[in-house]
Each structure stands twice: as structure tokens, then as C-alpha cells.
Design a protein around this ligand. Structure first.
Ligand SMILES: *Cc1c(COP(=O)(O)O)cnc(C)c1O
Length: 390
């Protein structure tokens, strides 16, 4: 039985996998079982932002494994305390550590529901069309895409949906039961849509006016992906609660929900918990990630991003199947007038990994460590792909 047969025989058929058996990964490269090398412009959905097996991260992980792998939230693990301090200091407030993005959002939603409950019996949460917040039942309900709601009805109450970048549509939904607003500053799974400054500023004003918890889901767009540590730094707008996961430990499972001073003390003992959350090995990795993501490092990634957009806009001039190039930092989408599937297959064949979060959108989430040379190599393959389908 080969690897692909094992998948099709023993796994629940939840995800259609790409035809790539991964043998090895290092930096911006992945190798398959035959030794073929790929340039990875997806990093496992914006997880290995520092590149695969970043040296500092690997070193920190190995060191932690010489001590222990797990102690649980019932005791003190110094490495976990150190990470909590770093994250709380970066955002200002208090942190809860978990394992996955969905859990980080569950925590934020629970916090908002408790706050709403204790301040006038409020429970409604405004989310956005085209959003993505996770795969648990609650975070599926928060996700503004009908395909994720199929078979789950009745959905847990009560999420209502406004239009992204349309502040008037948010105003219309606010009532005396509204407890929170949850939004991605850059919609990732939805197809790379960047919030406008006006929109996020408008949400901040509404949240303050109505005493609503403003939650930013930065699970995909945070942690350097947009060229800033937090995406909100581009906007001059700070949420009350932020959720992080994906890239936080550069490949190990970890997530964080951070609440500002006001909301950091909503939970009291017993309100929330976790077995694996804040795993010491993952925390050691995350401490190394934070150290590596210096302002200089991030600025450098913005320079590379600028170069990438210039090259992609050149392609846009050349091929009219490219409708739009959009994004911020190294979080990039190419909107096509055709399905992206054939382009994806061609790229994979030629050794470039990209992805399609929506039918007509090609998404690129390369490691933040890529060079202009890597951009040139990727753009050359994309150019060839577009010329083939033209
Ligand atoms: C990936 C993602 C999630 C869910 O994270 P998991 O770790 O898969 O649970 C939530 N929100 C956003 C914006 C994401 O990109």
C-alpha cells in the first residue's frame, strides 16, 4: 500500500490533498520523496513564517525537550510564563494560551459572551461575510461563508453578518443585545481582502460607543505576515482582544488570545481551561519566533513584498486573465477571470507551491525570509503558467 492509498483508505475524506508527498523541508524549500525541490510560497498556510526548521526555533525546541514536554496548566512552566509575559507586553494586557486558531477564537467568543452576559444580558456577535474563524461548531457559526454551515444547523446563536469594509452595514446590526464584533484585518481564507483604515477606525468608534468587545482575528494576518508584528499596526487601530495561532511557533501547535487591560480580567478561576494549551515545547519555539521577528527583519520582508507586487503588476499588464493583484506585505492574492486550478497544477509541476483559497484566487504566503531571487523564480513560473492558459 502506497502513501496515497493509506490516506484514501484510513483517513476521513475531509480534505482533498495536493499531489505532493513531502520528504524534507528547510527554509523556503520543500523536497518530495523523489528528491524534487519546490519553492514553498504557502508555508503550510502561513505557519512557517521564518521558513521551515528555522535554526533558532529548532535550537529552542531541542533545549526544552531536554527538560520536559508537558506539565499542564495546573503548574508553573517557566518557559510558558516567559512567553505569556512577552505576548502580554507586546499587546498590553493578559493572555490565554491554547493550541489552535479555532480555540483562540472560542476563548475570545467565551470572553465576549461572559462580558455581555454580565453587562445587560448581551450575546449577539457581529461577524463578516466571507470571513473565516475556524472549524469548531462555534467558530464555523462565526464564519461568514454558507458552505461551512451546511449540515450544522441549527447553528449556535447568535452570529449576525455584516459586509466587510462597509461600516454602514455594521451600524444596522447593532442593538441592545450586541456583545462583540469579530473581524480579520485581512481576510485570508476568503481570498485576501484587506480592510480599509476607515473601516477598522469605524469599528473602533462603534465598539467604544456601545461598549462592545472588538476582536481582531489575526491568526493568519498577524505575526509578521503583513510586514508588521500585528496587522493592526498598519491601521493605528487597536482591538480589545486579539487572537493569534498559525505562525506563532513556526510549525508547532500553539495559539494565544490576548485581551487588553479592561477585558483581561473578565474571566475568573474556572471560566476557561485547557490540557495542552501553552505546551512548553511550543512556547520555547514561540519565544524564539518573537526574538527573530525584529523590526529590521519585518522591514526587510516589506521590501521583498514591494518587489513582489511590482513583478505581479507587470504580469497583470501582460495577461488579461489577471483581474487584480491585492494584499499587504507577503500576504498576497491574485484574482483571475478563470479558475486557478490549472495554474496551481502547472506551478506545482514546475516546482512552485501556491494555493487557491477561493476558486478564482491564487494565494501566496511565502516565508518572510525569501529573497528577491526567490521572487524572480516564482514570478517566472507564474508567467509561464499564465502564458500557457492565455
Ligand atoms: C486558520 C485560521 C483559523 C483557524 O485556525 P486553526 O488552527 O485551523 O483552528 C481561524 N481564523 C483565521 C483567520 C485563520 O486563518
Amino acid at each position: 500500500m502506497n502513501i496515497k492509498q493509506m490516506e484514501s483508505t484510513y483517513f476521513m475524506p475531509t480534505t482533498k490533498r495536493v499531489d505532493l508527498v513531502v520528504k524534507k523541508a528547510k527554509g523556503q524549500f520543500v523536497w518530495d520523496e523523489k528528491g524534487k525541490k519546490y519553492l514553498d510560497f504557502f508555508t503550510g498556510v502561513s505557519v512557517c513564517n521564518l521558513g521551515h526548521l528555522n535554526n533558532a526555533v529548532v535550537k529552542a525546541v531541542k533545549k526544552q525537550l531536554d527538560e520536559y514536554a508537558h506539565v499542564s496548566i495546573h503548574y508553573y512552566a517557566p518557559v510558558q510564563m516567559k512567553l505569556g509575559k512577552e505576548l502580554a507586553k507586546k499587546f498590553g494586557g493578559r493572555v490565554f494560551l491554547s493550541n489552535t486558531g479555532a480555540e483562540a477564537n472560542e476563548c475570545a467568543i467565551k470572553l465576549a459572551r461572559k462580558y455581555g452576559h454580565t453587562t445587560g444580558g448581551r450575546y449577539e456577535i457581529i461577524a463578516f461575510n466571507n470571513s473565516f474563524h475556524g472549524r469548531t461548531v462555534m467558530t464555523s457559526a462565526a464564519t461568514g461563508q454558507a458552505k461551512f454551515h451546511e449540515y450544522l444547523k441549527p447553528l449556535p446563536p447568535k452570529f449576525v453578518f455584516a459586509d466587510f469594509n462597509d461600516i454602514e452595514s455594521v451600524k444596522k446590526l447593532i442593538n441592545d443585545k450586541t456583545a462583540a464584533i469579530i473581524v480579520e484585518p485581512v481576510q485570508g481564507e476568503g481570498g485576501i481582502y484587506v480592510a480599509t483604515k476607515e473601516f477598522l477606525k469605524g469599528l473602533r468608534v462603534l465598539a467604544d460607543k456601545h461598549n462592545i468587545v472588538l476582536i481582531f482575528d489575526e491568526i493568519q494576518c498577524g505575526l509578521g505576515r503583513t510586514g508588521k508584528f500585528f496587522a493592526f499596526e498598519h491601521y493605528g487601530v487597536k482591538p480589545d482582544v486579539i487572537t493569534l495561532a498559525k505562525a506563532i511557533a513556526n510549525g508547532l501547535p500553539l495559539a494565544a488570545t490576548i485581551a487588553n487591560k479592561k477585558f483581561g480580567e473578565v474571566f475568573t478561576y474556572g471560566d476557561h481551561g485547557t490540557t495542552f494549551g501553552g505546551n512548553p515545547v511550543s512556547c520555547a519555539a514561540a519565544l524564539a519566533v518573537i526574538k527573530e521577528m525584529s523590526p529590521k527583519f519585518l522591514k526587510n520582508s516589506l521590501e521583498t513584498a514591494k518587489y513582489l507586487y511590482a513583478k505581479l503588476n507587470d504580469l497583470k499588464k501582460k495577461y488579461n486573465i489577471i483581474k487584480e493583484v491585492r494584499g499587504i506585505g507577503l500576504m498576497t492574492g491574485i484574482e483571475l477571470s478563470i479558475a486557478g486550478k490549472d495554474i496551481l497544477e502547472y506551478c506545482l509541476n514546475k516546482g512552485l507551491i501556491v494555493n487557491c483559497p477561493q476558486k478564482t484566487v491564487i494565494r501566496m504566503l511565502p516565508p518572510l525570509t525569501i529573497t528577491k531571487k526567490d521572487v524572480d523564480a516564482a514570478v517566472k513560473i507564474l508567467n509561464d503558467a499564465f502564458s500557457k492558459v492565455k
